[in-house]
Ligand binder design. Structure first.
Ligand code: AMP
Ligand code: TRP
Length: 333
């Protein structure tokens, strides 16, 4: 039987290789399986949990749609839509915020990371962010949620919230328990400048990441400047434990080639970084440059992108508003 897939991506800044290998590449594979029903959401309500410039936000929303399509998600097969166009998300998030407990949210590590030292100054939305994420997933009765490793805790919270709702209202299995779909091997792509830090949109140095909109020359330059160590490449994965940069680069190569880390290690055993980097650059340019060109082309076709958002809205709203109607009945509204 096919899976019911739901995932979301925030329209904040440029997407990078971490987003692609950790999430979007998986979306494309799920989209390509005929049995699956996929819903991919541009989560603009999540984006405003930190301050956004309205003009940039509008542009970034279209950019995520362009990235989805350029990466290979077919809007005829999968639903692509914008979260704020379906009012059920915000409404159900409120309802679920009356189900979720403070103690549960207080454990969320992403809030602690994002809020930083001055928690008092973080928005209330940033704190309740995982509840909105739970609402997204549960409205569409998703069976599987493809995300990167960093979202695992939010998925667990979503399951706890669903269970409490079902228990409180004695509606067994009304909210469906979603399974996370996290790639085993390459679910955390690290910074090119520091193999112990996650590749991230918010890192100030652009040299730390490959953006999906980078052209060939920037890819070449960034890999040339990527941090390495002075040893030749090892013959087994145990020897990578203390070598985070080598491990990350070999992982990126493996994932782009749909191969395993062990196979890549065999190929490059004993070689030095300059030879490996040449091959890595080659495969990066081969995979990322066509996507980058397509994104740029699509960004000039605003009407086409807006039409995808409009058509996605109708389909998504249809599913979500039916679920909300049942929720109202259950609650006693
Ligand atoms: P975000 O840009 O935070 O909305 O993330 C979109 C998706 O990309 C989520 O599923 C994240 O888990 C995933 N992701 C973000 N950064 C990385 C990374 N460095 N490695 C792997 N996956 C990532
Ligand atoms: N929180 C996710 C992230 O930062 C984005 C997201 C919002 C999401 N709603 C979702 C992911 C629902 C999966 C399912 O990456």
């Amino acid at each position: 039987m096919g899976k019911k897939i739901f995932s979301g991506v925030q329209p904040t800044g440029n997407l990078h290789l971490g987003n692609y290998l950790g999430a979007i590449k998986n979306f494309v594979a799920l989209n390509n399986d005929k049995e699956n029903q996929c819903v991919f959401c541009v989560v603009d309500l999540h984006a405003i949990t930190v301050k956004q410039d309205p003009r940039e936000l509008r542009n970034n929303i279209r950019k995520i749609v362009a990235i989805f399509v350029a990466s290979g998600i077919d809007p005829k097969k999968s639903i692509i839509f914008k979260q704020s166009t379906v009012p059920a998300h915000a409404e159900f998030a409120w309802i679920l915020s009356c189900i979720a407990r403070m103690g549960w949210l207080n454990r969320m590590t992403q809030f602690k990371e994002k809020a930083g030292k001055d928690k008092e100054k973080a928005s209330v939305g940033l704190y309740s962010y995982p509840i909105l994420m739970a609402a997204d997933i549960l409205l569409y009765e998703a069976s599987h949620v493809p995300v990167g490793e960093d979202q695992k805790q939010h998925l667990e919270l979503c399951r706890d919230i669903a269970q409490k709702f079902n228990n409180d209202f004695e509606v067994e299995n009304f909210l469906k328990n979603p399974e996370p779909l996290i790639l085993k091997e390459f679910s955390r792509i690290m910074s090119l400048k520091d193999g112990t830090k996650k590749m991230s949109k918010s890192e100030p140095s652009d040299l730390s990441r490959i953006n999906l909109t980078d052209d060939k020359d920037s890819i070449i330059n960034k890999i040339k400047k990527a941090k390495t160590d002075s040893l030749p490449l090892p013959s087994n994965s145990r020897d990578l434990e203390q070598r985070p940069e080598a491990k990350n680069l070999l992982g990126i190569y493996s994932s782009l080639n749909n191969s395993t880390l062990d196979k890549t290690i065999q190929t490059f055993e004993g070689k030095n970084f300059s030879e490996f980097k040449e091959k890595l650059t080659q495969v990066l340019v081969e995979k990322i440059d066509p996507i980058s060109k397509e994104i740029k082309k699509l960004m000039n076709e605003k009407d086409f992108l807006d039409k995808i958002i409009e058509e996605g809205h109708e389909k998504a709203d249809n599913i979500a508003s039916k679920k909300v109607k049942k929720i109202h009945e259950i609650i006693g509204f």
